[in-house]
Design a binder for this molecule. Sequence first.
Ligand code: ZN
Length: 292
Amino acid sequence: MKNIILFLTSIGLLHAAPLNVVVTLPDLADITRQVGGDQVDVYCIASGKEDPHNVPLKPSAITKLAKADLFVQLGLDLEHAYAPALVKESRNQKIQQDGPGFLDLSGGVKPLDVPTSVDRKGGDVHPNGNPHYNTDPVYGQMMARGIAAKLGQLRPESAAMFKANGDKYVAMLQGKLAGWKATLAGKNIKFVCYHPDLSYFAARFGLTQVGTIQPKPGIEPGPRDIQSLAAAMKQSGVKLIVKESFYSDRIPNELAQMTGAKVVNIPIMVNATPEAKDYVSLIDTLVNAFTK
Ligand SMILES: [Zn+2]
């Protein structure tokens, strides 16, 4: 029996078991599946419906992490509230921060919105700069390349296949980028969002974020904050308030009444709304939110 298995493996008829991959966000799950194909079994910690900074713990996450070959996070402290503790709790040496199966994709990111003074106690959830770079599809290409390279390190015999899948996915995103840019070009769109999660998207496509409802990332506004934001919106002629799907619409609606702007619900990660079913449709949905 053993000889038969060895023989079948050597002629490529038996595939090795898929690599067990645990990721934090559905965006990473989609891209990992695109790149890894049937060589990966992906478990995602966040559903996509929640605040990505604050994902409720599921006991199944620890079990999955305990037998994971690879753990992937966006980084820049986005997952700070839950991922470091979960990874440690898993007691899986492979996926600890210095292990071969730990991948933080933020290494190549040039962080935006880096605070000049940091006070986590004050509730600022972006102490090392803005972590929401997944909304920029050029960083989406970087994410695909990073995942392909890491999978190739973990399974060298399939590295060429991972690289080919990654290259194909990157080329597809590059093609889509031209269309997204053309759709948003020259529109001079000004907007306000609830939390600063579109900074990279706005920078990529030349949109102007006039302010955020939260005066600091993660901090809810008081009446005075809302008054001064409404004044800034009127002064700059802002007609659009984008509201991330997991926030209440109470304050956005209040601001809309004060300013005459329109509120549009948006996803900031895959699965946050029914339209954002994968990474490409997430970006499609965001582009549409600014053109309707
Ligand atoms: Zn954030």
